[in-house]
Ligand binder design. Structure first.
Ligand code: KG4
Ligand code: ZN
Length: 373
């Protein structure tokens, strides 16, 4: 079957086409039009500007996705759209467009929870035999790698560490589409903390990649002796808190504002901040895994693009959990994209098919979107 995925929850207008036969997935196109340049002048995403850009780009992006996939609307069997959560003006453009096209083309439409999409980004591509099939040049200059995978060997229960701009959660999945939140942030999300710290240090938007880049410049000698807290590291539950960490960065820089002119100070601060975040995330994940004994640990959400986090999580799982496999999404699918929405759409469709409730799919827009995730 051919699935068209669409995503407009924040500052990327994205559309993808995948083909699935007997759980064998082939990526046919993955188009992402990014608004980073527009929002960076404002230091963050401005919801109404995002909606205006989505409105301008959505039909060309969908058109390009179909064209690159060499498919016509008539070839589509299923559409999947991010129904929430996200910026309301941005979501409205995607959902209204998808509903209209689904009505016009007479195609079933499934609404997907954005975080469910991020989790299913781990199901894109064969982690073991990732053979590049063809490289598609995207209008934004990003590259998508189309490849085939046989049914991924992902075993349940899965423990997903969700780290995005709006979410930080530990989610236990005992089966496809079943989510139990066993811990989450009580204040800022990890990505939000990265973005706020970047702003404090004058690094611009988006903050995560900027902080990571400067942390990489730190060569190990702690000239400024910066030590940040590891919030809730020893708490008995699996919750997180990052706002105090961000405030610690703010107070340290306010105390000696002249330090902000020193690139060594910025690098040391970025490195310490990134390490503090990684320490807490990994320690909590390993503790949760010891309690729930998952067969697989997944990383999901935009912050999964962070190399330090990816590498340390993989290493830590290997060292501490002998029977658990650690998966991270391929870099091209860590941040917002529509392929992950199409993937999640496929599993939701399979579930509806099993329940024989396909005729009313587009009334099921809420099935995934209303999940507490
Ligand atoms: O998943 P995502 O694209 O959007 C949401 O669903 O929120 O995540 C965006 C977040 C931003 O806060 C961004 O700063 C962060 O992911 N991010 C990173 C990195 N790349 C993106 N954080 C740390 N290191 C990165 N390399
Ligand atoms: Zn996202």
């Amino acid at each position: 079957m051919i699935i068209l995925g669409i995503e407009t929850s924040c500052d990327e207008t994205a559309a993808s086409v995948i083909s699935v036969e007997n759980d064998k997935v082939t990526l046919l196109s993955n188009i992402i039009s990014s608004q980073i340049a527009l929002h960076s002048t404002w230091g963050g995403v401005v919801p109404n500007l995002a909606a205006r850009e989505h409105l301008k780009n959505i039909l060309p992006v969908i058109g390009t996705a179909l064209e690159k996939a060499r498919k016509k609307p008539a070839d589509i069997d299923l559409m999947a759209i991010t129904a929430g959560p996200g910026l309301i003006p941005a979501l409205l453009i995607g959902t209204t467009t998808a509903k209209t096209l689904s009505y016009l083309w007479r195609k079933p439409l499934i609404g997907i929870h954005h975080i469910e999409g991020h989790i299913y980004a781990n199901f894109i591509g064969d982690k073991i035999n990732s053979i590049s099939k063809n490289q598609i040049s995207l209008p934004t200059g990003r590259q998508a790698i189309a490849k085939e995978n046989s049914e991924l060997n992902i075993k349940f229960p899965i423990l997903a560490l969700v780290v995005s701009g709006g979410h930080t959660q530990l989610v236990l999945m005992r089966a496809h589409l079943h989510y139990e939140i066993i811990g989450e942030t009580v204040d800022d999300a990890v990505g939000e903390a990265f973005d706020k710290v970047a702003r404090i240090l004058g690094l611009g938007y988006p903050g995560g990649p900027a902080v990571e880049k400067l942390a990489d410049n730190f060569f190990g000698e702690k000239k400024f002796k910066i030590i940040l807290p590891r919030p809730m590291l020893k708490s008995a539950n699996f919750n997180f808190s990052f706002s105090g960490l961000k405030t610690a960065v703010l107070y340290a820089t306010k105390k000696n504002p002249e330090n902000l002119k020193d690139p060594n100070y910025i690098s040391e601060m970025c490195h310490e901040f990134q390490t503090a975040i990684t320490d807490v995330l990994i320690s909590k994940t390993i503790h949760a895994a010891k309690k729930y004994a998952p067969k697989t640990i997944l990383l999901a959400g935009g912050v999964s693009a962070n190399k330090n986090l990816r590498e340390k999580l993989e290493l830590s799982v290997k060292e501490n959990l002998k029977n658990t496999v650690c998966l991270v999404p391929e870099l091209g699918y860590s941040m917002d994209n529509a392929t992950m929405i199409a993937m999640a759409g496929y599993y939701r469709w399979k579930n509806l098919k099993a329940k024989k409730s396909l005729e009313k799919t587009w009334e099921n827009m809420e099935t995934s979107a209303s999940l507490k995730l």
